[in-house]
Design a protein. Structure first.
Length: 296
């Protein structure tokens, strides 16, 4: 039985926001076109960013279709919604102050069909906004949705400049966030200084993930610092791994310091046979510095 394909587009509803897949019947739709589509909150205006591309029909059974490409009438309605959204933002902002709620209002958004207004906000903890919702419902007389976003999404929506002096990656191009841990910083031999490796959101820098694969490839088959190694017929303690020089420093049982390039270590296939206690490793590192300064 031949495989059946359908056309699918990637649509964004917020600048550099997550892309959502929609099926499309109109072959004239192309990247950059504004479209009307059904979202979790109702009809909304999105921009086609990718596609149309072919996808097997059994993979797109649960994907909703794009309703239509925007018309001139739709554009007028969208512009009115945007203007009203700005007013709704100001009114909600005043109500938040009136109720003295610990919320940071980020955006107000009328759905295209004006079935509801969605207010996006940031907060450091859970907020009891039940009275606020009642006030807003009385003011606007439509359904109110308050959506709390995480701190990384908050910075993404507000905009920020990174430590590098450029507009933050999340604002410019990142659509989804990856999991970043201290293992990334340690693998790249960065100083574990929160001020240097954290973004404006207070989380670890997204850019730590960009070169992670390169560091992992460079350190392939290279043991961690603190390992006991059987190398070239000798038992050695691995004191230091310098990824920038592509070199490891080891001390033999006789007390000799040897420095070996990564490629040579791999060629001779050093074998890990144990680990050095942390306090002994620290002492060995001090001895290594002393020998480097006096002996070379």
């Amino acid at each position: 039985m031949p495989e059946i394909y359908g056309k699918v587009c990637g649509v964004e509803f917020h600048p550099v926001g997550k892309l959502y897949l929609f099926t499309v019947d109109n072959q004239s739709i192309k990247p950059g076109d504004k479209v009307i589509a059904e979202t979790e909150f109702g009809l909304d205006v999105g921009v086609v960013r990718h596609g149309p591309v072919n996808m097997r029909i059994d993979h797109i059974e649960d994907i909703k279709p794009i309703l239509r490409k925007m018309t001139e009438e739709d554009e007028k309605q969208h512009q009115k919604n945007q203007m009203d959204s700005k007013e709704a933002f100001e009114q909600c902002f005043e109500k938040i102050k009136e109720h003295q709620l610990p919320m940071r209002l980020l955006e107000a958004r009328y759905m295209f069909d004006r079935s509801r207004i969605v207010f996006y906000f940031g907060a450091d903890s859970r907020v009891d906004f039940r009275e606020l919702v009642k006030d807003l419902a009385r003011m606007f007389k439509i359904r109110i949705e308050l959506r709390q976003v995480g701190i990384r999404d908050e910075v993404k929506m507000k905009g920020s400049v990174g430590l590098c002096g450029q507009v933050a990656c999340c604002v410019r191009f990142k659509r989804e966030f990856e999991s970043i841990t201290l293992k990334h910083a340690k693998k790249q031999q960065l100083l574990i200084n929160p001020a240097k490796i954290s973004g404006r959101c207070g989380r670890l820098l997204c850019c730590l993930a960009y070169e992670q694969q390169h560091y992992e490839e460079e350190l392939r088959d290279i043991p961690d610092e603190g390992s006991l190694i059987e190398y070239d017929g000798k038992t050695c303690k691995l004191l230091n791994v310098n990824i920038f020089l592509k070199q490891i420093s080891m001390v033999t049982d006789e007390g000799n310091i040897i420095k070996v390039p990564f490629d040579e270590f791999r060629k001779k296939q050093g074998i890990v046979i144990g680990e050095i206690p942390p306090e002994e490793l620290l002492k060995s590192k001090d001895d290594d510095i002393y020998l480097d300064e006096e002996g070379e």
